[in-house]
Structure formats: C-alpha cells, structure tokens
Design a protein around this ligand. Structure first.
Ligand SMILES: *Cc1c(COP(=O)(O)O)cnc(C)c1O
Length: 363
C-alpha cells in the first residue's frame, strides 16, 4: 500500500471485541448464552423506552435535533443544573474523543491509571499525545502518584470513578484534595459511567464542584444502568466554555432521533434506575461473597461488575457453559476476569458450574 496513514496510527490496535453470542453458541453447541462480558444492564431497559422509539419512527426521513434539546432539558431538570453545562454525544466515548480532539496537541501528555478504560489512551495517541500511565494500588487509582506524574506538558488527567475494569472507587477526601492540587489549566476528566451503581458513603459526587473547579469534565452514559447501550447516548457535564469548544469538533447530528427519544423516556423513569441499582447491590454482595468461599477473590466493587482473580482455572468452564466474561491479566494469579453482575438465576448457575468444577478436580 503506497498511501500512508498518519504516523500516530502505527502503534494503535483496534479495540478487541469479544466473540458474538452466535459464534459461542455454534462453537460449544449450546442454546443459552449469558453475556456478562460488557457491563450491559441485565434487567434490560425501562418499559417506557420502546413506546417512545415507536413514536419517533414517524420522523425517520428527517435529520435529528442537532442540539439534542429534549435530552438536555431532561438532564437539566433531573440534576437541577443549567442547560449550558450539558453536551450530549454518541455514547460517552464520543466525549472522550472530542476532548482529545479539542485539547491534545502533539506531545501533550495525559495522565491516567494503568488499568482503566482503554479509550483514553487510544484517543490521546491518535492526536499525537502521550499517555502517561500510573500503576494501581489494589485495583484503585493512586491519586498521589498521578498528581506527581503531572508535568509542564500535561493537558488532562483521567479519573475513572468507579473504575472499569477493576470496579473500585477512590476515597472522597483523597479525590477532593487531588482535584484541589491539579493546576487549573489542566482538564480533570471524571468518567462516571457507573455513577448510578455506586452506593458507598465514600463516593464523591463531583457535580457540586463544577463552580469551584471549572476544569472538571464529568462523563456519564445511558449505556449502563439505563440499558440503552445499543443506541449510543452519553453526555458530559462541564463549564460552558469547554462545551463551546467541543461543539466545534463534534459531528452535527451526533445522536440519532430514536436514541434521543429513548433517552428522554429513560430519564423520566427513575424508578427503573433505582430498582436496577438496588438489585445490583444485592447481587454484588452475593456473588463476591460466594466467590470468596470458592477461593475466587475480587476487588471491592461499586459497579455492575466485579474484577475477580484466582489460582483455579474457571474461565474456560464458564465459557463452555455459555457464560461470557472478559479475561484480564493480573500478575501472580493464574486467572483474572471481569464479570458483569447477572440476575440471581445467572449467579446460581455460575456457582454451580464452579463448585462442580472444583469438586471434580478434588476427587
Ligand atoms: C461503558 C463505559 C463508557 C462508555 O460507554 P458509551 O457506551 O460510549 O457511553 C465510558 N467509560 C467507561 C469507564 C465505561 O465502562
């Protein structure tokens, strides 16, 4: 090939997608697959969403609202925060890309945790920036080391809280003092994709800090607890001057009409959100305790998944039985994996497979 892409792309590999449900069914000759590999909502979507989408199909021939005003109005009243702070996007992943597009110059640095959402690094590299990764402590962000990693070239820091894939949060005081020490010309990007699942007293709600720290950008999404992953809607909450810059680099019609209708209906159903979060907390405590009995350890999670590690081989057996998890790597342990929390029925099925497996080996 004589046509060369930009040099920045040389070191970038496309995101590794898992096998599809159909592929797994075929490979193992099974009919039921439990996809617990991508942190989707196992309770589905609010029942109001389908109706809203059906109504929106009347307007398929028209471009969608380029300002996503329906969603912005709903978010503004839900959070009691002025509309000028919201920017809605094609998944919150798009906001990450807009931020690097608008703010990363060649050789600028972005500080992030070593084991976190891979899109931060990829987008920084695409713009010719440098990703400075800081090792974790027990699956948590080491905010002190992250602060020490800031140099004259640093343009942004990413804090994924709760963190994907480890599920952990950073402490309230620790995060407050971190935010306070980061110089005001550096963006602090708080990725809170799992915000609605966090129920710890130690979890800091960053939204009230926007006034005092105009360099904070908060990312949230409709892909996780709202159960709209297939439609791609996310949003950022930020100072209006930052929003103005991001509007310059985004696609004009970045959120399609069906997705907009669905998101509006989904925000209106907060009872669904509360219900999913409550069930998830119960299942989180259940599965991690049962795993521990089976010598499968995990980090304390504040999300709808847990990061588990063990010296006993389980991933293959789970996959063969149609339970899809995301394989991870953790030094010292033979196996590590991220598993989305399922229903009680999913968990009982999983625990049965694992205990049977261990029993067989012991005999
Ligand atoms: C799932 C996820 C997102 C974003 O997802 P979108 O579907 O693009 O909104 C962002 N950050 C983290 C940490 C996630 O796990």
């Amino acid at each position: 090939m004589n046509v060369k892409a930009r040099a920045e792309l040389e070191g970038i590999t496309p995101y590794a997608l898992g096998q599809t449900i159909e592929e797994i069914k075929e490979q193992y000759g099974i009919t039921t697959v439990r996809k617990l590999s991508d942190n989707e909502n196992v309770y589905g979507t609010s029942s109001r969403v389908r109706e809203a989408i059906m109504q929106a199909t009347a307007n398929l021939a028209f471009y969608p609202d380029g300002m996503t005003s329906g969603i912005v109005e709903k978010l503004s009243s839900h959070y009691k925060l002025d509309q000028k702070h919201f920017l809605v996007s094609n998944g919150s992943e798009e906001i990450i890309r807009l931020l690097t597009r608008a703010y990363i110059d060649r050789h600028d640095e972005a500080v992030m945790a070593e084991v976190t959402f891979p899109r931060y690094k990829t987008n920084v590299l695409i713009e010719g920036g440098k990703a400075v990764t800081v090792p974790m402590v027990d699956g948590r962000h080491d905010l002190q080391k992250m602060q020490q990693a800031i140099t004259e070239k640093t343009k942004m820091v990413f804090v994924c809280n709760p963190n994907n894939p480890t599920g952990t949060i950073v402490g309230k005081q620790e995060l407050l003092s971190f935010i306070d020490t980061v110089p005001s010309h550096i963006l602090i990007i708080m990725d809170e994709a799992y915000f609605e699942y966090a129920d710890s007293e130690k979890y800091l709600d960053t939204m009230p800090l926007l006034d005092q720290y105009p360099n904070i950008v908060i990312l949230r999404t409709f892909s996780k607890i709202y159960g709209l992953a297939s439609l791609r809607v996310g949003y950022g909450i930020m100072h209006e001057e930052i929003a103005k810059e991001l509007h310059k680099v985004r696609d004009v019609f970045n959120v399609n009409q069906l997705a907009q209708a669905a998101a509006v209906a989904a925000i209106e159903d907060q009872a669904f959100v509360r219900d999913c979060s409550a069930k998830n907390s119960i299942e989180r405590a259940f599965l991690s305790a049962k795993f521990k009995e089976l010598e499968i350890d995990s980090y304390p999670s504040q999300t709808n998944f847990i990061y588990a590690f063990t010296n006993r081989p389980v991933i293959q057996a789970l996959t063969e039985n149609g339970v899809l998890v995301r394989q991870m790597h953790l030094p010292v342990y033979k196996e590590a994996f991220r598993i989305t929390l399922g229903t009680r029925e999913d968990h009982e099925f999983i625990l049965q497979i694992v205990s049977q497996l261990f029993h067989e080996r012991a005999v």
